[in-house]
Design a protein around this ligand. Sequence first.
Ligand SMILES: Nc1ncnc2c1ncn2[C@@H]1O[C@H](COP(=O)(O)OP(=O)(O)OP(=O)(O)O)[C@@H](O)[C@H]1O
Length: 760
Amino acid sequence: MTVQSKDLPQQINSVLEAVHSNKSASRPLPAVALVGFIAILVGSYISRKHAKERKAAAAATTGSTSASSSSKVVEGKIVPPKKTSRPIKYTSEATIERNRKYFPPSKIAAAGSSASSVKSAVKVGVNKEFFRQIEAIFKILIPKLRCKESVILVLHTTFLVLRTYLSVIVARLDGAIVKDLIRYLQSKLSIAFRTRLTRYVHDLYLNDQITYYKALNLDDRIQGVDQYITTDIAKFCDSLAGLYSNLGKPLLDTIIFNYQLMRSIGVSGMGGLFVSYVITAVLLRKVTPAFGKLAAVEAKLEGDFRSAHTRLITNAEEIAFYNGAELEHSILTRTYKRLIRHINSIYKIRIAYNMFEDFIIKYCWSAVGLTLCALPVFFPTLAGMDSAKGVAGGDKVVGARTKGFITSKRLMMSLADAGGRMMYSYKELSELAGSTLRVYNLISVLHQLHANNYEGASSTDQNDSVGELYSLNDIRGIINYGYEGIKFVNVPIVTPSPGNVNGGEKLIHNLSVDVKPGGHILVTGPNGVGKTGFARLVSGLWPVFRGQVYRPNPKDIFYIPQRAYLSIGSLRDQVIYPHSHEDMIRAGRTDEELMTILKHVHLAYIPDREGGWNTVKEWKDVFSGGEKQRMNLARLFYHKPRFAILDECTSAVSSDVEGLMYNHAKDLGITLITISHRPALFKYHLHLLKLTGDNGQWEFSTIGTAEQRQSLEKEMASLQAKLNEVDELKRRHAEIQKELEVGMNTGPQDGTKVQKRGLF
Ligand SMILES: Nc1ncnc2c1ncn2[C@@H]1O[C@H](COP(=O)(O)OP(=O)(O)OP(=O)(O)O)[C@@H](O)[C@H]1O
């Protein structure tokens, strides 16, 4: 069988005949060889491409190879950890900038986003907005024509088109090989898409613009961002890669079968069939439920369930202390029930729709089709057959008509099957619209946050009822880097309050301070007044709504938070965070030096206790509260910045050790900006910034001045007054004790007395 020499209709014909007569090909080997050859080509191309990419990425990563090889020479003794992962090539800022315009806010409100983000009544589904979103995402998935993904896509398409053709020639050995190959390419495509998208999102999410912080604290459009990145992207890529082949095969089959049918029932018959297709398509489109929206809501509920579990894991100890299992159990059950109720309703909607769809496609199509197939039998002229045959040819004519009818009937059955599969794929397409919306929204919001565009009011009007409107879209303050100190000029401390139409709440009225090197300052004030807010402004976490902030460059300032943070990794990683071991070696630092630092924070026993610097543990569960805080201070001594903001970071450290740490920090030349309530820390500072909170008031003074002495004298007087009460309290205590003893000696000689004793 020399297939190559036949024209296309003949090839299709022979393919179909072979399929229906279930004949195996007589010479499958050349085709098998062809498939095998292409498969090998695919494999080798992809692995070569990977190797090339690895090389390029290694070159792109700053000093990766050279740094690690030279790092071994630096200390002689220290061997850097083996590189297990390949260097990462980050998305350039220019690419992010270029892509931003493709991701304007979606016209569809994402499932789970706040109501204020609903921009219009565009529905989730296979519509213009869906195709626009897919197009935007494709700019990330296939950034240029010559890339790994486009090669896989071309191969995938080629195999899809050749599937029917090859599966017949290769017959029994056959279909399976081609199918496996298509499945392999599909998985490759899905993983390539996922890698591309995940990398892009990570680059957008974790960068010096602190987009991750903004997404979690300054904007509420994306809830459960972890679910978006870990699950939604994977689901989206799987369905996108799968849809292509799922839709491709039935589409191709439908074209081929229709073509065959046309040969058998004629153009007018085909016209009739086409009309029935249009009617069914319109009808089905009208009754198709919003599968896209349902899928998006399902993904959101899955995310809620997952984050409820994550919360439990993070706070397991606190919950256990409170005996909160029952309440947490009910929260988890509630979240799970919400999810399951939704999934069940999807199943119900789906079964009703499937039954209707099967009825239309299997029965209505077949009925219309069979009627049309029967037409040439009764009206041969309609199908272009010659009815004016002689009597002698009568049997032949009847035979031909019967054969034609049977062929057409068989084609109709296959067509109905292909149609069914196409409709199924349409459903998948609708569901894909749901996950496309979620992925699109994630990228779009991250792009906007990266460019400091927040959700909510953008008006710069005065709001009479609330005062000045501090909107996240009206940030007028300026941050100046590279200053030798920390200076605030008329900067109000305002909570960001995302989504609040009245804007953020002003905690402190226009603050003006100037901290020079060596001008250690203590920031104090009641709870919730905005002390940490001050640190957030210096660090650039909260926006500077008005005024000007002058601050040192990032490498010269270090922040130690109230809640000690311990990272994933070895014991060494805890001391040097956010440095990696490679950074440490490159900087010429040694483990011996780390040991000296641990001595300063009274943790010298830790490396021995934990089995050395390379031990990896869940450190937040290993260290006590005080140890965690001291470990965080060890970081400060390791990095030796010029300025440090210490936010209640010694609250669990005993006061004698605390004093030693403060003195050591000052000896290292670190200027301290301490946030604390404790007067015991006064003596380590030169200035005091008191945030009173009354109408946003604040006071700045020099410790040791007349006002300061006055303030301390006031505090002393109040303490003295309390001490005076002590004698009176002691007297009363003795009195009660005496009364109780008398009562016990004169009481009934039964169990009551024993009970009283037991009570005390
Ligand atoms: N991301 C945020 N969005 C909105 N409001 C916030 C946010 N973070 C904190 N706040 C609010 O800002 C106020 C000031 O918080 P801040 O953490 O600065 O207080 P603090 O003075 O450090 O208090 P404490 O002594 O209890 O640590 C609080 O009322 C808090 O609820």
